[in-house]
Write a protein of this length. Structure first.
Length: 100
């Protein structure tokens, strides 16, 4: 049996970060020049932070078996977070929020 210092569970997000040509004011437009995707979510960020501090960490939960789910698992793996106890689901629900 694997022994962990910390096991995380909770929110996993894929953040879309947009670079725009300028910050638009009311009734104005701005244009996206570039974007990047970053793994996030409160539980994910905390788990990765603890791994970076040298803790032996794992994450358990359900992850969709889509591109974003694979991205999350790849991000965890690159940070040394054990994800072998996760369940992948073909049809998990997705939520999007746009903050401007």
């Amino acid at each position: 049996m694997t022994r962990f210092d910390v096991v995380g569970f909770g929110a996993l997000n894929v953040d879309l970060l947009f670079k725009v040509n300028r910050l638009a004011r009311a009734e104005e437009e701005s244009f996206i020049q570039d974007y990047t995707e970053a793994c996030g979510g409160s539980a994910a960020n905390t788990t990765v932070g603890l791994a970076r501090l040298g803790c032996k960490v794992g994450f358990i939960g359900k992850v969709a078996s889509d591109r974003e789910g694979k991205l999350q698992l790849d991000c965890f793996s690159a940070e040394g977070v054990d994800t072998r106890h996760n369940q992948s689901r073909a049809r998990e629900k997705r939520c999007s929020a746009w903050l401007c």
